[in-house]
Design a protein around this ligand. Sequence first.
Ligand code: ADP
Ligand code: ASP
Ligand code: MG
Length: 403
Amino acid sequence: MKIIVLKFGGTSVGSIQRIKNVSKIIKSYSKKYRVIVLSSAMSGTTNKLINMSKKISENFPDNEYDVLVSAGEQISCSLLAGHLAANGLNSRSWMAWQIPIFTEGKHKYSRIKYINKTKVLKFLNSGGIPIIAGFQGVNKNLNITTIGRGGSDSSAIMVAKFFKADRCVIYTDVEGIYTTDPKKLNSAKKIKNISYEEMLEMASLGSKVMQPHSIQDARLNRIDIEVKSSFVDKKGTLITKQKNIINNKVITGISSTDNDAKVSLIGVKDRPGIAASIFKPLSQNSINVDMVVQNISSDDKETDLTFTIKSYDLTKTKKIINKNKNIKFKKMIIDKNVSKVSIIGVGMIATPGVTFRMFQSLARKNINIQVISTSEIKISVLIKRANVAKAIHCLHQEFNLDK
Ligand code: ADP
Ligand code: ASP
Ligand code: MG
């Protein structure tokens, strides 16, 4: 029998009743496949654990963070395996260290490198249904690691890779990937097929339905992903190679972020290398600078520089800039009430005028664009957070995504 990987997100295992419901889904596959299950923590659990670490100390160490927050998956996996086993199925839970799932990189943001298949495969081949904890791994010293928020998606893709699974199904609380977050726009439409490239952009630009790393891993390993709902039995979305997709729309989807902050440095003494002097210490401190605009100085002496970062990096960023002896500026202005709205689609490569249509449509709604950034398949604009819903609504209409 072929192997299938099923991943259940936090909401899907969010209550006892839902865990019982998920057991039924698992059981239905077990007649046709050797099933490997990946589970997230019950919804809300990871957040609760993170809040506890913050209450203990603002400087809670990253290695202890990993031990703490990975505990959520231990609860959901044991409940799920326990329910299956109590109902006569051969099932047990597996924490990452028991397999092991090896990761590399820093605590909190590790990546899965290698999975030792031996023990799980033996169990699988004896008719067992392993319930594996998502989100966690161990490093080469066998210390517990985690792989970033939403990381169970990556766990599932990597398990599918190492076990050479025939399919990988991500069960979540919506029916698939939509043109935009269906919880924010009622007229969002379910997408049948989407390319890795477009899904990677959507995920990186704020559509949290899939963790960005998981899409990178799927693309590298050519693993098709089916995203569907654990609440209703309906066809979901297939994330796959571009050549498997026919799409007659210019834009495939719209994403938005809600954790950006804008930093403007006014009256920066201009000289060659000034931007590098500002950004080098930020990158050395793992602060990801996203959008950047530098105004051309009128007198060749002073310039204004604006960039965006994640709002959780703001305190650190302010400190680093104020400490930086290599730069001089008159004023630093911070704006936390901004969001990035992006339109994404491979269709824009061959279609002229997409940028104009986006800007015109926002202008008609009186939405001011603060910063712009583009790539081959996406256009992003930074706007006031209060305008995000309006912007998504008008862009969704402009590019006929309602139809
Ligand atoms: P899980 O716990 O199953 O991993 P997540 O909460 O991480 O689920 O992701 C699912 C959520 O992603 C949905 O409830 C939805 O609100 C949100 N979402 C954002 N953008 C999209 C999109 N384009 N399509 C579908 N869902 C989206
Ligand atoms: N439980 C983890 C989180 O909330 C991992 C996941 O849900 O994928 O981030
Ligand atoms: Mg998720």
